[in-house]
Ligand binder design. Structure first.
Ligand SMILES: Nc1ncnc2c1ncn2[C@@H]1O[C@H](COP(=O)(O)OP(=O)(O)OP(=O)(O)O)[C@@H](O)[C@H]1O
Ligand SMILES: [Mg+2]
Length: 461
């Protein structure tokens, strides 16, 4: 492990020891603040941040243990001294009563040193403490980053449609109700399923995912319900099913619309009776889990067509969450685009500052049949292909710019392209005219009234 250097607060009432230890730590490259006064130590702890706090146990004014106790009991203030932000604590004690050492560690001290100790021993313990502190800092950083980026459990988008999705997800998370999430491909069904689980009281328990479309029909049943040895040819051992694995937590049944009728009946039974029967087993087993199902098909329609069992549909559809397609919530596109730019720029270590306005306008006009997934893929490619800190239309493939002759057109849709060209022309004319509408209209060869019409149409002002 790397040689950690850190800032250390050292407290010992015996000046000679204090000086000797301070020198040794400094020689090892650490930055040491030393004091023989526990009162002074208290002030320093309140005023500054240290990586490590080394304190003697027996001191006249205030003992080390009391100092630690008081310090950890101080409520986090504006400057923040939540447990994660505190320095690591080491206690030194000559009167090594195991109790006081254990007491100190219960209060959050990392370790203790029994006097007399060798300098080398001190340096080893100090290094370990600093390693701990570094991990803690990194962990805190990751957490804060996650919170920042994934404010709403990773769900970006504050359009009305998404606010409603999030509101329902939060409500349902508190219950153990079955949830059916519907939406076109790439709208974020899995993301919402995870958010529900992560916010539920069962979040410490597993969330088991089963993609019903990806597993061959013949295997799906044993995958879900498990089997006992010899249940069928090839069942050499007993195997737990996904329902059993999800017991206590949630099971996410993705692409539920592809389940065959026989399995639909078995699933209905799980939902009604809360029990499963492994293949080849005589016994049923109770399970306590939440079912989150998702589909991009129209289950109601499938019920009508006799392809999906009606009872099961109603059992699943207790709390429906419908995620709108991206083209119906274009307001979300800028935030999503920015999120994906940051994500992929960071991943490949590229500095991307922004994208050209026209690119964003184009992204907002495109219809996104593949929804958020397609948007993310598009941005990822653009980030990889971009040659500077600004993403230009050339690197965005939905504009057809992979074939350069289609330079900069937002799509292959005539209407969309025409609108884009209109908007773009107006923008540039206004820019050249320094915002003077009369001049801009003249440049474009249209009347001022026509310009007013376009400005209103495209909400430019
Ligand atoms: N609102 C959102 N905020 C951030 N990322 C999102 C959002 N919606 C979707 N994504 C991302 O888009 C990708 C596709 O989402 P997801 O897999 O949840 O879609 P899906 O609805 O399950 O699609 P499919 O029906 O094809 O399985 C994922 O990488 C997901 O993280
Ligand atoms: Mg999915």
């Amino acid at each position: 492990m790397a040689n950690q250097r850190g800032s250390i607060l050292l407290v010992d009432d015996e000046e000679k020891i204090l000086k000797a230890l301070g020198r040794a730590l400094r020689d090892a490259g650490h930055e040491v603040t030393e004091t023989s006064s526990p009162r002074q130590a208290q002030r320093l702890l309140a005023e500054r941040t240290f990586d490590l706090f080394i304190v003697d146990n027996v001191m006249p004014e205030i003992g080390g243990l009391d100092l630690i106790r008081e310090y950890v009991a101080t409520p986090p203030d504006g400057r923040g001294s939540t447990p994660e932000e505190r320095p690591q604590i080491l206690m030194m004690t000559a009167h090594a009563t195991v109790e006081s050492a254990i007491e100190a560690m219960k209060l959050g001290a990392l370790d203790y040193l029994q006097k007399p100790f060798e300098i080398d021993e001190l340096l080893v313990v100090v290094r370990r403490a600093l390693d701990h502190q570094r991990l803690r800092t990194e962990y805190r950083y990751l957490l804060s980053e996650r919170d920042e980026q994934f404010g709403h459990y990773g769900i970006i988008g504050r359009s009305r449609g998404m606010e409603e999705v999030i509101r329902r997800a939060e409500l349902v998370a508190e219950t153990k109700s079955t949830v059916l999430i519907t939406g076109e491909t790439g709208t974020g069904k899995e993301l919402v399923a995870r958010a529900i689980h992560d916010r539920s009281a069962q979040r410490e328990m597993p969330l088991i995912k089963v993609n019903c479309a990806a597993i061959p029909e013949t295997l799906l049943e044993s995958e879900l319900f498990g089997h006992v040895r010899g249940a069928f040819t090839g069942a050499a051992t007993t195997k737990k099913g996904k329902f059993a694995l999800a017991d206590g937590g949630s099971i996410f049944l993705d692409e539920i619309g592809t389940m065959n009728p026989a399995l639909q009946s078995k699933l209905l039974r799980v939902l009604q009776e809360r029990e499963i029967e492994p293949l080849g087993s005589e016994r049923t087993e109770k399970v306590d889990l939440r079912v989150i199902a998702a589909t991009n098909r129209d289950l109601r329609q499938m019920v009508g067509d006799g392809k999906f069992q009606e009872d099961l549909y109603y059992r699943l559809n207790v709390i429906p969450i419908e995620i709108p397609p991206l083209r119906e919530r274009r307001d979300d596109i800028p935030a999503l685009a920015e999120h994906f730019i940051r994500k992929h720029a960071k991943r490949i270590g590229r500095r991307i500052e922004r994208m050209e306005d026209t690119v964003l306008a184009g992204l907002q006009q495109y219809d996104w049949p593949g929804n958020v997934r397609e948007l993310e893929n598009t941005i990822e490619r653009a980030v990889v292909l971009s040659q500077g800190p600004v993403i230009t239309a050339r690197s965005v493939s939905v504009f057809g710019s992979v074939a350069p002759q289609a330079s900069g057109l937002p799509s292959l849709k005539l209407r969309q392209n025409i609108e884009w060209v209109e908007r773009e022309t107006i923008r540039r004319a206004l820019e050249s005219a320094g915002g003077v509408k009369k001049d801009a209209a003249e440049m474009m060869g249209i009347s001022q009234r026509a310009l007013s019409y376009y400005l209103a149409k495209y909400r430019i002002d």
